[in-house]
Design a protein around this ligand. Structure first.
Ligand SMILES: Cc1cc2nc3c(=O)[nH]c(=O)nc-3n(C[C@H](O)[C@H](O)[C@H](O)COP(=O)(O)OP(=O)(O)OC[C@H]3O[C@@H](n4cnc5c(N)ncnc54)[C@H](O)[C@@H]3O)c2cc1C
Length: 335
């Protein structure tokens, strides 16, 4: 995605890449939630044409459908669930004009995080808030400047955010120039293994204090220093409702994700971390009933649950489509 962004920059265009330039095609195929998605939609919403091979080896080439027919189901299936169905070899994507971005970063306390989330829930959709919580809490707000009036409106909103230290407000040219959403303790990563579970849910509003209380308790009992909980703001993409895709949680406002880490090859620590992840999921499910399948876990006992939370009523049809196009489960299973 970083290379795509650099290439487009030369042509003064941009694409809603995610928080890291390092992700590949999987970012687009699994939804692709960008800090710019609140206004631009998901990465799958930019797909105009898609080519590839179904799991049964047959080639396909589909165009963005404009009326409801059987091939629309296949399009819908590929936009968000392609990784279960086939290998994508080519996509044609919409791009947008390159616009400058505003970036606000700071360290926060739990109560400041709570207030930032509260404020972000009433922001215009050109601004989004992301945060990461482990040993420390780091917040990152990203805004797209569409015109000169916008800039002062966005700066005003950013200046209202509370922080404890290291607040930096800067203007950058593209997504590649933004700072990473990290706690800066990634140097030990090679000695750790990890799993990531992405959740989706509505605005926290009056439940904000309860979510924050749960979050604090979960962070305090995390089994490894590299475990953390983070979140992106989607802000409800209901204005893209006419696009029929496998990303069914169009009204989700937050995408918190749970990063569970353990010392590599230590099975008992792995088990403890997976238990902690399940506990996080159980404690956050009341506010995040959905799942974003950016990472899949066919090797874990929660695979069934994450499939049904990700696709809900659409799962049976998705399974029918898989039975036709990938009957031998060459691609990852949908059951
Ligand atoms: C540092 C980091 C930051 C991230 N930030 C975001 C973010 O901001 N927003 C967001 O939505 N997600 C984010 N993610 C999640 C990321 O988008 C998913 O993990 C995605 O699946 C990664 O895709 P990949 O191609 O890089 O990885 P891979 O592990 O290569 O692929 C992921 C999955 O997609 C399948 N796949 C890849 N290419 C194809 C293809 N051509 N055809 C069929 N299947 C294919 C693979 O088989 C695999 O199951 C982030 C991940 C990381 C590591």
């Amino acid at each position: 995605m970083g290379e795509l962004s650099s290439f487009l920059r030369k042509h003064k265009r941009s694409f809603p890449i995610g928080l890291s330039g390092k992700t590949g095609m999987g970012y687009i195929l699994t939804g692709g939630i960008s800090p710019l998605s609140r206004s631009r939609g998901l990465a799958i919403d930019q797909i105009k044409e898609i080519k590839g091979f179904w799991g049964n080896g047959k080639e396909f080439h589909l165009l963005l459908p404009n009326k409801k027919n059987e091939s629309q189901f296949e399009w819908k299936a590929l936009c968000g669930a392609a990784i279960f169905l086939g290998i994508i070899t080519k996509v044609k994507l919409k791009t947008q004009p390159l616009r400058p971005l505003l970036s606000w970063t700071a360290n926060l306390s739990f109560s400041q995080l709570s207030e930032c989330i509260n404020q972000a829930e009433s922001w215009p959709n050109s601004l989004s808030f992301q945060w990461i919580c482990g040993d420390d809490i780091f917040g990152h707000a990203i805004g797209e400047i569409k015109n000169i009036d916008d800039e002062s409106v966005l700066i005003n909103l950013l200046e209202k955010l509370p922080f404890s230290r290291n607040r930096i407000i800067s203007k950058v040219n593209d997504m590649n120039s933004l700072p990473n959403l990290s706690l800066g303790n990634s140097k030990n990563n090679y000695s750790n293994h990890s799993e990531v579970l992405g959740l989706l849910g509505p605005a926290w509003q009056e439940r904000n204090p309860q979510v924050l209380k749960n979050l604090k308790e979960l962070i305090n009992k995390r089994p490894n220093k590299s475990c953390y909980i983070a979140s992106q703001q989607l802000g409800g993409l209901t204005h893209f409702n006419d696009l029929d895709t496998s990303f069914i949680h169009r009204d989700a406002v937050w995408k918190p994700w749970i990063n569970g880490a353990w010392e590599a090859y230590d099975q008992s620590k792995r088990t403890r971390t997976l238990e902690w992840m399940k506990e996080c999921w159980n404690n956050l499910e009341f506010i995040c009933p959905g799942v974003h399948l950016a990472q899949i876990h066919p090797h874990l006992d929660w695979h069934q649950k994450e499939l049904s939370s990700a696709f809900k009523d659409w799962l049976p049809k998705l399974r029918e489509i898989k039975a036709i196009h990938d009957p031998r489960n060459v691609m990852p299973p949908l059951n």
